[in-house]
Write a protein that binds this ligand. Structure first.
Ligand SMILES: [Zn+2]
Length: 363
């Protein structure tokens, strides 16, 4: 395997032994893998993830002026709205699978017997956390984000807010949180370990962390807002090396309703989730790292050839997502159409019955 000792470091594990991957492919040929030439992309065989580096700083997505939400292609040509529509519906619906996954880890009993202080890291308008109130006994919610518009909405819903552009999270809520969620946020970060360190400071002992990110082998790599593409091993590496014990790690999809709203990529391997418990003190972990006693994931990492083969195969399967979801949508609409035709026929006969029975009825 040819590895390059580059000036770039893996965003997840800090390794310099990276393999350069060319993603500057024509969009028409490879719509889900291509990035323009201003991106440098490196595969890290140590944690099996991709780090993306933008050469031109001005091309990086800004969050602090709310332009990220405004520029979303998904919402192009829509009238102005105070919330990000229809994506906010999906944001809210995510609370359903998050609560089920936490319940499946037998943590609900623990949560129901006391009031929960919830932190939603990168929670935008707070809709996911608001949805979680239906499932857990939540006393207090803090939304931490960079988007001022999202934070205004969260604040109007009665949530506490922290603008990460202006203040340090752990100075606001140090050692106060017993459940933290971070949904589709860590792939946007330059230094995810630093963010996890901040979250660690905010959590009480034995608190629960839920993180969800897109899967490198089940999603598209083209989003310019994404600086990292995670594999399961990568997420495992990040969480277990930063003071958390992993309880469960698996795949999850965007709620299927997204297909009806014009997002056709929902599939069973689309995202990776991890539920973890705060365990070690961060200082002891850092000591281990300084001594070189790094906790390495058990999995065997891929060679360049094996990684490229896996990425090519998963990309091929991903391209089938769109037609598969469309076919399902068409079949469901057809089923609904047939049911409504049958219902209409019955409606005609019942209307006639209604008409005659009232016409000939003697008072
Ligand atoms: Zn790495």
């Amino acid at each position: 395997m040819r590895k390059i000792k580059s000036n770039f470091k893996c965003r997840l594990c800090n390794s310099c032994d990276l393999i350069k991957i060319n993603l500057s492919l024509p969009r028409a040929i490879s719509p889900f893998l291509s990035r323009d030439k201003s991106w440098k992309n490196f595969y890290c065989p140590r944690c099996n993830s991709l780090s993306h580096f933008q050469k031109k700083k001005r091309n990086l997505v800004k969050y602090s002026d709310s332009s990220y939400r405004k520029s979303s292609n998904f919402e192009a040509n829509r009238p102005a709205s105070p919330i990000s529509l229809p994506w906010s519906t999906i944001t809210s619906l995510r609370s359903s699978h998050i609560s089920k996954l936490i319940e499946n880890c037998s943590l609900t009993e623990k949560f129901n017997c006391k009031k929960i202080n919830l932190l939603d890291y990168g929670g935008y308008n707070g809709f996911t956390s608001y949805g979680l109130k239906s499932y857990f006994n939540i006393d207090d919610i803090t939304i931490a984000d960079l988007d001022p518009n999202g934070l205004k909405i969260a604040s109007s819903l009665g949530m506490k807010v922290v603008n990460l552009h202006k203040s340090v999270l752990s100075k606001n809520i140090k050692n106060k949180v017993n459940l933290c969620i971070s949904v589709h946020v860590f792939e946007h970060l330059k230094k995810p370990a630093d963010a996890l360190g901040e979250i660690h400071k905010c959590l009480k002992d034995d608190s629960i962390l839920y993180i969800e990110v897109p899967n490198l082998f089940g999603s598209y790599l083209t989003d310019p807002a994404h600086l990292l593409s995670f594999s399961k091993e990568g997420l495992k590496h990040l969480i277990s090396n930063n003071g958390f014990k992993i309880i469960k790690l698996g795949f999850i999809r965007t709620p299927k309703e997204a297909i009806k709203y014009g997002y056709p990529y929902s599939n069973w391997r689309e995202c990776i989730y991890c539920i973890a418990k705060k365990e070690n003190s961060l200082n002891s972990i850092r000591k281990k790292l300084r001594k070189g006693n790094i906790i390495k994931p058990k999995e065997i990492m891929y060679s360049k050839k094996k990684f490229l083969a896996k990425l090519a195969m998963s990309n091929f399967l991903f391209t089938l997502t769109y037609p598969y979801n469309l076919l399902n949508l068409i079949l469901n609409l057809l089923k609904r159409f047939v049911i409504e035709i049958i219902r209409s026929i019955f409606s005609i006969s019942s209307s006639l019955f209604f008409f005659f029975i009232n016409l000939f009825k003697n008072d």
